[in-house]
Design a protein around this ligand. Structure first.
Ligand code: AMP
Ligand code: MG
Length: 493
């Protein structure tokens, strides 16, 4: 395998050449063979892989860099950059697209500020698990290629094993990268840097926009990135995912979900749910992901203003008109998915039915995933009473429940049955990475090894395989409400 380094054709303000720190005793813990193959990577012996993915040996062609970017952290603009990651270079996948290969946790960089540049094994295994689960859930995401332990310890929640994650991504260009380029450009009153990043991004991600002239192209980029983000958030809502840190540096313009730190999956349906221990105000609560992404897109629009029009007032007007379409874009994706979750097409009537279900679920504290799972099993004609009790038993207002069930059955009758089942089976996962399973698995990884981690990972790879509903019940159980109440994940891991 040979990496290329096209990002380095951009001006050096956007990165610093940085070598990964060599490690004492690299040991390949997890490796994603299938992903490696899709990147045309010759899978050689474990020792070589451990050396490559710890950064001890550079892959052929690799010229590592730390990327510069800014970010609005909980709303506050800061200059950040890769403080604990290096981009090794880009691989070509089987479709001929460039895919970033990045080491995360590979030591300090010029952007590390006061951080140690390192990561704990449990945090890196966590990102591995979540990103691969996301991919299997058919949600755009960065991927994980490997986790390598270094043979050293670091201090996080006490003394922990250190590890490095190899992450792959359509690119690591973030909204924050544009914000950074625009800030730099405005300081020297020269938009060239921004223009070059813009051209690179269009070439790499949205080449169909190439033929437009720059002002139209800038608005078109804004529009397509907004649509990708709207779709991403709708998917997260479809599976009950809460990212936890939707800062502008954690929003990729490719539309892939990135940086799975203090993220979690909701058990009981409650749109107010927050898990991140540093999110005191609930800025990134489940239900806020839509308005916050809208806000993030407005920051993206601001960074594009110089390319939209020389006349700032006109540029703001044009950008605002585009930004105002976010609501409509999100609703198109989310309402389509929400109706599909109950096996119906997106019509006003079906949508009202789906929303009525969410209300019942919230009032009676039903498990989000298992409620939709049980509706799917009902549509399949499966009697699941010998496996688990019905979530719907929690609805004590039996009249409301019966009315809803009758309306749903009637709506299904009006549609196509096969189509309804396909919609439900492809939009409702049988398994999600339940927080208690993830946490227990990671704890066990520290003390006993990876047996449970591998079992969970294997299960999470087939979330829509409905033949498994009876076999894998232990992966379908939510945590107790007490467990969830005390559960918090942590940033800076
Ligand atoms: P994150 O919360 O992981 O998205 O990171 C936000 C910023 O903090 C990025 O610039 C990271 O590179 C940086 N950062 C996070 N953890 C560390 C660390 N252990 N050492 C240095 N920089 C870090
Ligand atoms: Mg980040």
């Amino acid at each position: 395998m040979k990496l290329v380094n096209t990002y380095q054709n951009l001006p050096e303000q956007l990165y610093r050449q940085t070598l990964p720190t060599t490690v004492k005793n690299p040991n390949l813990l997890v490796f994603n063979n299938k992903l490696a193959k899709s990147l045309n990577m010759d899978v050689c012996n474990e020792e070589t892989l451990a050396n490559w993915f710890s950064g001890n040996t550079l892959i052929d062609g690799s010229e590592p860099i730390a990327q510069a970017y800014a970010g609005h952290q909980f709303g506050q603009l800061n200059i950040l950059g890769d403080g604990r990651a290096v981009l090794l270079g880009e691989a070509k996948n089987q479709a001929g697209e460039l895919i970033d290969v990045q080491l995360k946790g590979s030591g300090i960089t010029p952007f590390s500020r006061s951080g140690d540049g390192k990561a704990s094994m449990s945090a890196m295994l966590r990102e591995y698990l979540i990103s691969e689960a996301m991919h299997a859930l058919k949600i755009p995401t960065t991927r994980s290629l490997a986790v390598v332990t270094t043979g050293e310890n670091i201090i996080r929640q006490g003394l922990e094993q250190q590890a490095i994650l190899t992450r792959t991504a359509a690119s690591h260009i973030r909204v924050g990268t544009f914000v950074y380029a625009q800030l730099q450009a405005s300081q020297i009153n020269d938009d060239n840097l921004l223009q070059l990043l813009f051209d690179y991004s269009i070439n790499r991600h949205y080449p169909h926009l190439k033929s437009l002239n720059t002002p139209d192209k800038a608005l078109a980029l804004l529009e397509v990135v907004m649509d990708k983000q709207a779709q991403l958030i709708a998917h997260w809502h479809r599976v009950g995912f809460i990212h936890g840190v939707l800062n502008t540096d954690n929003v990729a313009i490719s539309g892939e979900g990135i940086d799975y730190g203090p993220c979690a999956f909701m058990d009981t349906y409650n749109p107010q749910t927050v898990y991140s221990s540093i999110d005191y105000q609930g800025r990134y609560a489940f239900k806020n992901q839509m308005p916050i992404t809208w806000w993030n897109m407005a920051r993206f629009a601001e960074s594009l203003l110089p390319l939209i029009d020389n006349d700032e007032k006109k540029a703001i007007e044009l950008a605002t008109n585009t930004i105002n379409t976010f609501d409509e874009k999100y609703k198109k994706h989310w309402y389509g998915m929400l109706c599909a979750k109950i096996g119906l097409n997106n019509t006003d009537k079906n949508l009202a039915l789906a929303k009525a279900l969410l209300e019942l679920m919230q009032t009676y504290e039903l498990d989000y995933t298992n409620s939709f799972k049980q509706l799917t099993l009902m549509a399949m004609g499966v009697d699941f009473s010998d496996i688990e009790t019905s979530e719907f038993n929690k609805i004590t207002d039996t009249e409301a429940l019966n009315t809803w069930m009758n309306d749903w059955k009637q709506a299904q009758k009006n549609g196509n049955k096969t189509n309804a089942l396909t919609l439900m089976q492809t939009h409702n996962p049988l398994f999600i990475p339940r927080n208690h399973l993830v946490e227990n698995t990671l704890q066990q990884a520290n003390s006993e090894g990876l047996t449970e981690f591998k079992a969970l990972l294997k299960t999470l790879k087939t979330p829509y395989d409905w033949r498994l509903y009876k076999k894998t019940t232990r992966f379908q159980q939510p945590a107790t409400q007490e467990w969830n109440a005390q559960f918090k994940t942590f940033c800076g891991t």
